[in-house]
Design a protein around this ligand. Structure first.
Ligand SMILES: NC(=O)c1ccc[n+]([C@@H]2O[C@H](COP(=O)([O-])OP(=O)(O)OC[C@H]3O[C@@H](n4cnc5c(N)ncnc54)[C@H](O)[C@@H]3O)[C@@H](O)[C@H]2O)c1
Ligand SMILES: [Zn+2]
Ligand SMILES: [Zn+2]
Length: 346
């Protein structure tokens, strides 16, 4: 099969022929119909993820059809159109038994712990726990980003921050994750401010339901905080950082009203300093969001079916496998286009 492969961290990825994966016990092989290019793929390629073995095939946000069932898989069938949470849970550990497969201690992740979906086929472990059948009516782009960015934003705002109607939410970084967060917050009935340095990203934030946007390109961090406080009349109830930088994390936290909740989704190259004095004085809550367990997908799929959430509107570009190496280099150099890039392998 064809796949995007890199042999060193930061080394130019190439499209090569590699052996198609086989379905081990409990696993399935999925023929990839579409897969999203997420900033986490770039983090992994940069060497920020200690779990990766080289050479490596990235890609973790996918929709496809089951092409092969491993031994013991009886509840799924070949030909089913499916997605998977990028954090694939084991189903047996204390976290999984407690319903928190998104932090499973034995988790596998396509594109991180094993070869991923920038390929014609990908294998998924513990398939009966993780594979989520989705209707043929769901747009392939919408379905693919449910695997990572949209689901992570949904879990962060709905499951973790418990965002309420009429609360203000500020989203710093309006890329794939941030635009998903804007759309989800607006669907909850919250009032949303999008912050980004790119005007095309801010235009998409407005189209996704942001009531106000702040172009932070010419502003100091203090000025961004002041603008959020002005728009919200004293600070946001919920902040989301969807970028992974120390200063934007501090800006998001400092934009909160007292007792506000911060959701951290952006990943860092190294641990950041956090304005803990603000956290203490304002009794702020810091929350992480790490994907979303398969058992929480039906609630999100119901809202998508109702038309209130439209993830397909976040797809701005469709590319082939051959275009992936250049797109990864562009994303690593912040030359990405606004919205979500979708890869269609064949
Ligand atoms: N926690 C998780 O489970 C999880 C899941 C998915 C992605 N992530 C992480 O979330 C982050 C975002 O991923 P993505 O794919 O949406 O990235 P992206 O590249 O699509 O979006 C980043 C956005 O930030 C904007 N930006 C850049 N510098 C800025 C600044 N100084 N101030 C404000 N905005 C700025 C860019 O213009 C862009 O719109 C990454 O760190 C990724 O690894 C984490
Ligand atoms: Zn587990
Ligand atoms: Zn991702």
């Amino acid at each position: 099969m064809r796949a995007v492969l890199y042999e060193s961290f930061g080394g130019v990825p190439r499209v090569v022929d590699v052996e198609k994966p086989a379905a081990g016990p409990g696993a399935v092989v999925i023929q990839v119909l579409a897969t999203g290019l997420c900033q986490s793929d770039v983090h992994a390629w940069a060497g920020h993820d200690p779990g990766i073995t080289l050479p490596h095939v990235p890609g973790h946000e996918l929709v496809g059809r089951i092409s092969e069932l491993g031994a013991g898989v009886s509840t799924l069938r070949v030909g089913q159109r499916v997605t998977v949470p990028f954090v694939c849970a084991c189903g047996d550990c204390p976290e999984c038994e407690g319903g928190n497969g998104q932090v499973c201690r034995n988790q596998t992740q396509p594109g991180f712990t094993h070869w991923g979906s920038f390929a014609e086929y990908v294998s998924i472990e513990s398939a009966e726990v993780n594979v989520i059948p989705i209707p043929d009516s769901l747009d392939p782009g919408a379905a693919a980003i449910l695997g990572c960015r949209f689901a992570t934003a949904f879990r962060g705002l709905v499951g973790q921050a418990r965002l309420q109607p009429d609360e203000w939410a500020v989203v710093v970084g309006c890329g794939g994750v941030g635009l998903s967060a804007v759309m989800i917050a607006a669907a909850v009935g919250a009032r949303v401010i999008g912050v980004d340095i790119a005007t095309d990203a801010l235009e998409l934030a407005t189209a996704s339901g942001a009531e106000a946007v702040i172009d932070s390109s010419g502003l100091s961090d203090d000025e961004v905080v002041a603008r959020v406080r002005e728009v919200t009349g004293g600070g946001a109830a919920v902040s989301v950082e969807a970028l992974g930088r120390e200063n934007t994390t501090a800006t998001a936290i400092r934009s909160l009203a007292r007792r506000g909740r911060h959701v951290q989704i952006g990943l860092y190259a190294g641990d950041p300093r956090i304005p803990m004095s603000d956290v203490i004085a304002g009794e702020l809550t810091l929350l992480g969001s790490h994907g979303m367990a398969a058992r929480h997908y039906p609630a999100m799929l119901d809202i998508i079916a109702s038309g209130k959430l439209r993830p397909e509107e976040l797809i701005t570009r469709r590319i082939s496998l051959d275009e992936v190496p250049a797109a990864m280099i562009d994303l690593a150099n912040a030359r990405n286009t606004a919205g979500v890039t979708l890869i269609v392998p064949s």
